[in-house]
Design a protein around this ligand. Structure first.
Ligand code: UD1
Length: 364
């Protein structure tokens, strides 16, 4: 049985690693890893492969950056001949990036079965490119692997047959569970990036920001940076910036003041910093989940989330783009009254094994 995995962007890598690993113990499965090249910088891609123990891709489509239409079309154009030549039995796609939907479309048109890992998440906000990718991918997929019950419910509302839906838990948490000791050890050593500057009692806010809605609009980005500058009066602010964000800050001529803007960090460095952060301030999807698992307070700079379980069960609070809300939530955290959370069911480090058992067990 020939199984393909398609990855392209940073948040895909921590999701594919556990599935690749778990499928190794099913001898009848031959695996092929395809990297679309959506992310190509070493610190957005290669370092994740190394730290997560992912083998070098068998195929690299090297599509690079572009508008949504161009990037999606380029992935489709380059992926189609690979599918025609190698004839996979099942193609696994991950998350909600352009590589995910592009590969699912190619397979659906060629009659090749698709499995979607991290299916069913919905923000109900179609201005988010990822929401469009999620909706389309889930309509096309034959096997839908969901992280939590809300995913199953969303899919059923959209008419997806119940027998295609498998609640397997959160596969990204598998990588976290596996690498947490290494991430903490790295912290103890001071971390490659921050050296000895991170003493044990150092309190800091860890920030990430890259959503187009937050960073592509100059006035919006300026407002957010002003809020972060206010945060920096109480706490150190460590801000590993996505290349797009760094570019926008420069394009709009914005001031970063005391914010410690650094290049994107590796998986272990970033995870290590999360474990000890006083608060994480982000617009990422995956980081809302990681902080919930770690029990670290998370303030999300978005009006909605496709991961509502991080709010209902976890440590996540949506502050939107309201500086007053950010201020009051931060004050609560600094006063030692941070929201407490619990770890959602099936976020136990074994989702990859459950997916592998379904894939290899004849459901495909
Ligand atoms: C993509 C995903 C987003 C995910 C994010 C994680 C889509 C629609 N978006 O957004 O869901 O949260 O990845 O990072 O798929 N760039 C580089 N080097 C790289 C990659 C990108 O400099 O290795 C710069 C380029 O200027 C590029 C821009 O970042 O144009 C945006 O990259 P792109 O892959 O289009 O989207 P992301 O914002 O990274």
């Amino acid at each position: 049985m020939k199984v393909f995995h398609i990855v392209g962007a940073r948040p895909n890598f921590m999701k594919v690693a556990p599935v690749l690993n778990a499928l190794k113990s099913h001898a009848q499965v031959a695996q092929t890893l395809v990297h679309t090249g959506q992310h190509y910088d070493a610190n957005m891609s290669d370092v994740f492969f190394e730290q997560l123990g992912i083998p070098a891709p068998d195929v690299n489509l090297a599509v690079g950056s572009g508008s949504h239409a161009r990037q999606t079309a380029e992935i489709m154009t380059r992926f189609e001949p690979v599918v025609l030549e190698r004839q996979p039995d099942l193609v696994l796609v991950y998350g909600d990036v352009n590589s995910t939907v592009a590969a699912a479309l190619v397979c659906a048109k060629l009659g090749v079965r698709v499995g979607h890992v991290e299916a069913g998440l919905r923000s109900f906000d179609r201005t988010m490119p990822e929401e469009v990718n999620r909706l389309v991918t889930d309509q096309l997929a034959d096997l839908l692997f969901t992280p939590s019950e809300d995913g199953d419910i969303n899919l059923q509302h959209e008419g997806v047959a119940a027998q295609k839906i498998f609640r397997v838990g959160n596969v990204m948490i598998d990588s976290l569970v596996k690498l947490l000791p290494a991430a903490k050890a790295q912290n103890r050593d001071g971390g490659a990036v921050f050296g000895n500057r991170l003493s044990d009692d150092r309190r800091y806010a860890l920030v990430t920001l890259h959503r187009p809605a937050n960073v592509d609009d100059g006035a919006m980005l300026k407002r957010i940076l002003e809020s972060l500058l206010e945060v920096s009066e109480n706490l150190d602010v460590i801000f590993p910036a996505h290349p797009r964000t760094r570019q926008r800050i420069a394009d709009f001529g914005l001031q970063a003041g005391k914010l410690q803007i650094v290049d994107p960090l590796s998986y272990l460095e970033f995870l290590g910093l999360q474990t000890r952060a006083t608060v994480v301030i982000t617009d990422s999807g995956g980081i809302q989940e990681e902080t919930t698992y770690l029990g670290v307070p998370c303030l999300t700079l978005r009006e909605n989330t496709e991961r509502p379980i991080t709010v209902s069960m976890g440590t996540n609070v949506l502050v939107g783009r309201d500086p007053e809300k950010l201020r009051s939530e931060l004050a609560r955290i600094l006063a030692g009254r941070a929201k407490k959370g619990t770890i959602p069911p099936l976020w136990d480090g074994r989702a990859g094994e459950r997916i592998a058992a379904i894939v290899a067990g004849g459901n495909s």
